[in-house]
Design a protein around this ligand. Structure first.
Ligand code: CA
Length: 324
């Protein structure tokens, strides 16, 4: 009987149980499997799912008609053909803002591998060729439906990891992006700390507001670019997302990574640490994939990683992370 109950509980908790029961770090597909397909396209998300990411990331900005669009920048011109399709719709700074276009207009754009808008050259030379094949941008709802649909058809339980982009800028433009995103998440069943989601944001004040004013119960991750008061962050978030360079600050004379005390301080305050970003094709100087992942997971003990290469990080976590 006990065994039966345990089996049923395992079935209910699904993939979530298997991840956390082993205490393994989580593998977060950064913008999807963006090392292989254009970032934040549905094919890149489906590939990340197939590569066994535990969580798939969504960056979210608003369109003119208040749709939640999955895209990394508030601008459209680094990953679409907007400049050719809508000349004259740039702001004075020469940039094309998602907020100035309706979803219907954005849906007509071709999406592609990230490029430098001034020169048109690819940001990552070795990745998917710019302008090839046919990709489109999509909404947060469409992506959640893809992931939840795959969860149904495969029987797995892969989580989502949305980021609210530039909330202060959105507010200056008269939009409350957090409220819109939280409402969508709730509609799709992401409401409590038990749900398979982390919600991330760089804006300290906004993440606090999400917790305290908007009464959000989801697990919140404070993204950081500089050192922060971890005790303060622990009052509203469950973890931090630092830059890898904040954790591994360089190499000593022997080529051994120099480690900051950030992760230790965060762990003292029971904060998880999910650093960004593992890029096998853009590693810190003098560091190979093996050394970087071994240092992060086995020497420092980070709790997850944002990875452009979710297949490489999956393999390392499965085979080379030392179990606690
Ligand atoms: Ca992000």
């Amino acid at each position: 009987m006990k065994k039966l109950v345990a089996t049923v509980i395992c079935m209910i908790l699904g993939g979530c149980m298997s991840i956390y029961s082993q205490n393994l770090p989580i593998n977060i597909a950064h913008r999807g499997a963006c090392a292989y397909l254009p970032e934040h396209t549905l094919p890149a998300k489906a590939l990340a799912y197939g590569m066994e990411a535990d969580f798939i990331e969504q960056d979210v900005v608003l369109t003119k008609d208040n749709h939640a669009l999955v895209i990394h920048d508030i601008h459209l011109d680094t990953v679409t053909d907007v400049a050719n399709r809508f000349p004259g719709r740039a702001r004075d700074d020469g940039r094309y803002y998602a907020l100035d276009f309706t979803l219907a207009e954005i849906k007509t754009l071709k999406a592609c591998e990230r490029f430098e808008p001034a020169s048109g050259t690819a940001v990552f030379a070795g990745r998917f060729p710019v302008w090839k094949s046919d990709f489109r941008l999509h909404t947060l709802q469409e992506e959640i439906e893809l992931i939840q649909g795959l969860n149904k058809s495969t029987g797995k339980n892969i989580g989502i990891y949305p980021e609210i982009k530039d909330p202060a800028w959105h507010l200056e433009q008269g939009r409350d992006i957090s409220k819109i995103v939280l409402q969508i998440l709730e509609e799709y069943g992401y409401k409590t700390a038990q749900d398979n989601i982390y919600l991330q944001c760089f804006d300290f004040a906004e993440l606090k507001r999400i917790k305290n004013e908007l009464k959000c119960e989801l697990k919140l991750i404070q993204l950081i670019e500089e050192d922060c008061d971890v005790a303060e962050v622990a009052s509203y978030a469950v973890g931090i997302g630092p830059w890898i360079k904040q954790i591994i600050t360089g190499l000593d004379k022997e080529g051994t990574p120099v480690i900051s005390d950030l992760v230790a301080r965060a762990h003292q305050h029971k904060l998880m640490v999910h650093p960004y970003t593992f890029r096998a094709d853009a590693l810190p100087e003098g560091v190979c994939t093996e050394l970087l992942l071994d240092t992060l997971f086995n020497k420092i003990g980070v709790d997850g990683i944002f990875s452009d290469f979710p297949d490489v990080s999956r393999k390392f976590i499965r085979n080379q992370v030392k179990k606690p």
